[in-house]
Design a binder for this molecule. Structure first.
Ligand SMILES: CC[C@@H](C(=O)O)C(=O)SCCNC(=O)CCNC(=O)[C@H](O)C(C)(C)COP(=O)(O)OP(=O)(O)OC[C@H]1O[C@@H](n2cnc3c(N)ncnc32)[C@H](O)[C@@H]1OP(=O)(O)O
Ligand SMILES: [Co+2]
Length: 134
């Protein structure tokens, strides 16, 4: 069911400082910051030859990233995103297996303008998984 690794997301406290680190120290191409109010995050993308890195800064205290940073003050890997061909079919299959699909199973439009869903980290070895329709 799952396809390409679309991105690995890292929670950061200061997206400007984290972007500068990737740009200046690692020599990466970093996109301009974008605020996604629907997801409670400011995001930048770093495009690598085989996948992307997503840096996420919380947009307000209610952001899932703010809660993650409370528990992980240095930041860290927040989720990994796999592509799926048909997100509704993937959701139905996952629900049948008993996996918890977050957000009542309703896809939201993600950072790339495509539908995304999240799966509970407790059902996947402590890793939050995002699915993005390819
Ligand atoms: C840029 C847009 C988009 C894209 O297109 O790429 C994005 O990526 S947006 C990214 C941000 N959005 C989300 O994270 C949405 C999905 N997340 C959630 O719904 C919640 O964050 C959550 C995963 C359900 C956790 O929320 P909650 O239960 O309220 O928090 P707790 O702190 O109580 O966590 C419970 C339990 O789970 C552990 N946990 C939480 N987050 C993670 C994580 N990212 N990775 C691994 N484990 C995580 C947390 O530590 C708790 O465990 P215990 O302490 O053992 O109880
Ligand atoms: Co993501």
């Amino acid at each position: 069911m799952i396809g390409r690794l679309n991105h690995v997301a890292i929670a950061v406290r200061d997206i400007s400082a984290a972007s500068a680190l990737y740009r200046n120290t690692l020599g990466a191409q970093v996109s301009a910051p974008e605020a996604l109010t629907d997801h409670g995050v400011t995001v930048v993308f770093i495009t690598l030859p085989n996948t992307k890195i997503e840096l996420l800064e919380p947009l307000g205290a209610d952001s899932p990233i703010a809660k993650f940073l409370e528990k992980n003050p240095d930041g860290g890997i927040h989720h990994i995103c796999y592509e799926v061909e048909d997100i509704a079919a993937a959701r139905d299959r996952l629900i049948q297996t008993g996996a918890r699909v977050l957000g009542a199973g309703e896809p939201k439009i993600g950072a790339h303008g495509k539908p995304v869903l999240f799966l509970h980290p407790k059902d996947f070895n402590g890793t939050l998984i995002e699915l993005e329709q390819a």
